[in-house]
Ligand binder design. Structure first.
Ligand code: HEM
Length: 68
């Protein structure tokens, strides 16, 4: 149960990192800075966000199956 809470906290904080990376991207675009690596910077938190997010999505169904 506590590991689920950990996954949720990780997902929460990764969402902040992802948001900051998106803002950095928008700033770079408006300043017309040709920095491709800033684009890839957003993928670093997004990929674990996807994994932890899919895990959080599956949790209710896994719980239902175990309770049945
Ligand atoms: C990449 C694919 C993503 C998937 C599959 C995903 C999936 C999920 C799921 C299933 C939940 C739990 C909902 C519930 O309580 O039942 C959740 C919570 C949440 N997600 Fe995502 N998510 C993704 C990306 C993101 C992104 C990009 C952000 C924001 C930048 C984000 C922010 C949050 C936040 C803040 C919560 C609430 C966490 C909490 O309980 O405190 N997620 N997500």
């Amino acid at each position: 149960m506590s590991s689920n809470l950990w996954i949720r906290q990780i997902h929460r904080w990764l969402s902040i990192a992802f948001t900051l990376a998106v803002i950095a991207n928008i700033v770079a675009m408006t300043l017309q800075v040709p920095a491709t690596w800033i684009g890839f910077l957003a993928l670093v938190p997004l990929i674990p966000l996807l994994v932890t997010g899919l895990y959080l999505f599956a949790l209710p169904y896994l719980g239902r199956r175990r309770n049945a």
